[in-house]
Design a protein around this ligand. Structure first.
Ligand code: NDP
Ligand SMILES: O=C1O[C@H](COP(=O)(O)O)[C@@H](O)[C@H](O)[C@H]1O
Length: 487
């Protein structure tokens, strides 16, 4: 396994929630598995008043609390924390970035790390212009010693097409496109990456993976939690921006893209962009018929949410991809908060056999579907009809399951572990490219505009924990959810 080059990782917003719950535990985990660079430093940068020592203590406590499924080893943790530093500056003030420059010099003198820096903007999005500009002013955006610069940007990447393009063009004045890593944590999930391997390492699936054999594709990501303490952000975003524009359209692209010419970052990202560009634009009448939005009861009383909010906490939509592979195949995306269960999965439903020879029941009209499950368990199930034992010829749907636990008892890495490692390695395959971001904004923007015009009209409400309205054809496809067979 290739190890990243020696470098400093500078995390802006180091005092925040993302750094605490995801970034620091993931970096510790990479360190404990020997996957961090031989020489590295993690520099937290925020306004909160820490110094190196107090930040180490804070980071250590967070790693202990948020590390997934295990306790950190004290010795390894101490060794990791000895490489952690902190700088308290007013990140809004460009002049304070000269102090950041000095801190880099100080760390490099202590650690002998070359002039390689990965910046991570774990801050509110309005800092995505301020920080890069200030880095440029302090001469930190380019190395004068032949080292590298990279910058990770968290989502939301803009608010609409225009704002995302504005942020992009600002960033592109300061960093090169291949230095900008727009993170989408869904692409760091093991099963999501496996979609590419499942499709392109196996002849059997790819030959069926088109409009001739596939009846529909459904991507579903439901959560039981409401907006919790993120009402202020969420009320300005809603489910369409928060989940569909980013994560779920990227998942759709993995399912629908053509095979890349070679397995390298640009070929893969070319195919992702191509499929997002082929999304059939939705007219007002399509939106009326094919996009359902809803809000859970009590949402408007959440902290940070406006009283008359028309923000959707649930969206179900049907759309098409206009290309030779997918013409006429409906794609569905369903996502929401405060739903009955937490699940993330992709169901590829195949067309029914041409003749119904047997009695018995399969889900919907066809016996065949492939479910790629991301949560709760990371697994893949293929469904087909088989004979019920005994007299006659009655069909029953059964599933053939692959569960990650069966090939490796090891824990699956958190998405951030994979993505931070790739960022340190400079591999941007699993990061969203500028053009694909724009295509997905172009696709969702007419919906946002239409809803703005409608206000609360046609906004459904649902009780927390009760499934909101969904398309009739999906209810039919779900009529007999198969329970896993008992062993
Ligand atoms: N939390 C999560 O699970 C996820 C978060 N994200 C994204 O990551 C980014 C960070 O999120 P999160 O950690 O939750 O946010 P928090 O508000 O918890 O943390 C952000 C940090 O940014 C710092 N900051 C710097 N400048 C400002 C400023 N002008 N105003 C406010 N804070 C500032 C703050 O530190 P200080 O005051 O010390 O300067 C604060 O600790 C956001 O863009 C978010 O959308 C994406 C996916 C998941
Ligand atoms: O980015 C986000 O994702 C989470 C859901 O992520 P998951 O890995 O738990 O499926 C969502 O809750 C949040 O609103 C959104 O900003």
């Amino acid at each position: 396994m290739e190890r990243p080059k020696n470098q400093i990782l500078a995390i802006f917003g180091a005092s925040g929630d993302l750094a605490k719950r995801k970034l620091m535990p993931s970096l510790y985990e990479l360190f404990s598995r020997g996957m961090m660079p031989e020489k590295f430093a993690v520099l937290g940068v925020s306004r909160t008043n820490f110094d190196d020592e107090s930040f180490r203590k804070y980071a250590g406590e967070n790693i202990r609390s948020f590390l997934k499924d295990k306790e950190p080893d004290s010795e390894i943790l101490d060794s990791f924390l000895s490489r952690v530093f902190y700088l308290c500056i007013d990140t809004l003030n460009e002049d304070s970035y000269f102090r950041l420059r000095e801190k880099f010099v100080e760390i490099r003198e202590k650690t002998e790390i070359p002039d390689n820096i990965l910046f991570d903007l774990a801050t509110p999005p309005d800092m995505y212009r301020i920080i890069p500009r200030a880095l440029k002013k302090a001469g930190l955006n380019k190395s004068k010693e032949g080292g590298f610069r990279r910058i990770i940007v968290e989502k939301p990447f803009g608010f609409d097409l225009e704002s995302s393009q504005d942020i992009n063009s600002e960033l592109l004045k300061i960093f090169e496109e291949n230095e900008i890593l727009r993170i989408d944590h869904y692409l760091g999930k093991e099963t999501v990456q496996n979609i590419l391997v499942l499709r392109f390492a196996n002849g059997i699936f790819e030959s069926l993976w088109n409009r001739n054999f596939i009846d529909s594709v459904e991507i579903r990501a439901s959560e039981t939690l409401g907006v919790e303490n993120r009402g202020g952000y969420y009320d300005g975003a809603g489910a369409l921006r928060d989940m569909v524009q980013s994560h779920l359209l990227q998942l759709m692209a993995f399912v629908a893209m053509e095979a890349p010419a070679t397995f390298d970052s640009e070929s893969i990202r070319d195919e992702i962009a191509k499929v997002l560009r082929s999304l059939k634009p939705l007219s007002d009448s399509d939106i009326k018929a094919d996009v359902i939005r809803a809000q859970y009861l009590g949402y408007a009383r959440e902290k940070g949410v406006s009283e008359n909010s028309s923000t959707e906490t649930y969206v179900a939509m049907k759309f098409f991809i206009e290309n030779w592979r997918w013409g006429g195949v409906p794609f569905y995306i369903i996502t929401g908060k405060a739903m009955p269960e937490k699940t993330s999965e992709i169901a590829i439903r195949f067309k029914a056999a041409p003749q119904k020879l047997f009695k018995g029941q399969c889900c919907g009209s066809s016996c065949n579907s492939l479910t790629i499950r991301i949560y709760p368990d990371e697994s893949i199930s293929l469904m087909f009809g088989l004979k019920v034992p005994g007299a006659g010829f009655e069909v029953r749907q059964v599933n053939m399951d692959f569960n990650y636990k069966s090939i490796s008892p090891k824990r699956l890495p958190d998405a951030y572990e994979r993505l931070l490692l790739d960022a340190m390695l400079g591999d941007n395959t699993l990061f969203a490219r500028n053009d694909s971001q724009s295509y997905s904004w172009k696709f969702v923007e007419p919906i946002l505009n239409f809803w703005r015009m409608e206000g609360r009209e046609n906004l459904h409400v649902y009780e927390k924990g009760v499934f909101p309205p969904v398309f009739k054809e999906l209810r039919d496809a779900d009529v007999c959810k198969i329970e896993p067979t008992e062993s």
